[in-house]
Design a protein around this ligand. Sequence first.
Ligand code: ST9
Ligand code: ZN
Ligand code: ZN
Length: 342
Amino acid sequence: MAPSTASTPTGVLFEDDPVETLETSLHNDHEQISSPKPAKEYKLRLVWKNIILFAYLHVAAIYGAYLALTSAKLLTLIWAFLLFQAAGLGITAGAHRLWAHRAYKAKWPLRLILIVFNTIAFQNHAFEWSRDHRVHHKYTETNADPHNARRGFFFSHVGWLLCRKHPDVIEKGKGIDLSDLKADPIVMFQKKYYLIMMPLFCFILPTLVPMIFWSESFKCSFFVATLFRYAFTLNTTWLVNSAAHMWGNRPYDKYIHPSENKTVSILALGEGWHNYHHVFPWDYKTAELGDYSTNTTTAFIDFFAKIGWAYDLKTVSEDMIKKRVERTGDGSHMVWGWGDKD
Ligand code: ST9
Ligand code: ZN
Ligand code: ZN
């Protein structure tokens, strides 16, 4: 089979790598789109409202960073950091590991904490986030992947939020089972009241707290604790879709792009071990090792497991990992790297 290029009326979307596609379909659980049908007509439609809002957010965040270095109070910086950690956990332990992947179970008090944390993050409600993420795993790096990394760093990082979705995302997404999310009253409550909860938890309270409790100026409160913190959390999350789909080793499966990226792991509370995660998405650690220093989310879940609020934590047996490393790894695994046969 000769290499093929998927073209559309608006240009080339991505280069198909036939070897990679064949190998990936052999070795991966996720479904590949290998339909003989011609590519569906796709026209990039920009969403100017989002472009303007995200441009403003990032300019404001740079100003916030400047204020953080020059005039914000120490307590405001600590508050911004705590909000980053909480919002981050709301995404990693909440939307990602609990709701999107069901990698563990959580009693309602923990789910309540996680939904509040998740709302601070404003990355859409957990229902929508999980739906998009399930589609991302099932159709990784195809047109049905909402942030298809084959369309480049910018698209997978933020560009996908600045335009209408590819029709394949919506069409293939319809086949995703969301019944577990619909059965979770806490998820559905957040979905129903998102337009009230999100402004409150992401913008209003984070700005008011420093002003009320330690007389911070509105300027520092708003630009540092709210806009800088929000933009920082977004970008660290987006790095998982962009950087961790491009750069790093692939000790578990060299036929896929998701990679082990330590920098992203540290910034994203443990979510940069992305080669492992795409191969074993049900592992609550999203990594082979339980190293807390690069995976604070695992420490968080383990703590709640100790007090009984998190349970049924799913992992992968050493034997299963070893077999996979030997079969499809790139040879960079610290222990079983010799498994590379090339
Ligand atoms: C944000 C999300 O930033 C970030 C997610 C990152 C994911 C990272 C994953 C990596 C692993 C985890 C790492 C965590 C690390 C954390 C570290 C923390 C320190 N399936 O969407 P619409 C249908 S958000 C099935 O409007 P458009 C559905 O019927 C930032 N169906 O499409 C839907 O209607 P409804 C803040 C689907 O019109 C309808 O289509 N938020 C699916 O093309 C329309 O959906 C924003 O800025 C699907 N997957 O618009 C908002 N998708 O929903 C940005 C859609 O009613 N979003 N349908 O059921 C938007 O404005 C729009 O979605 C759009 C596309 C313009 C991007
Ligand atoms: Zn991914
Ligand atoms: Zn995932």
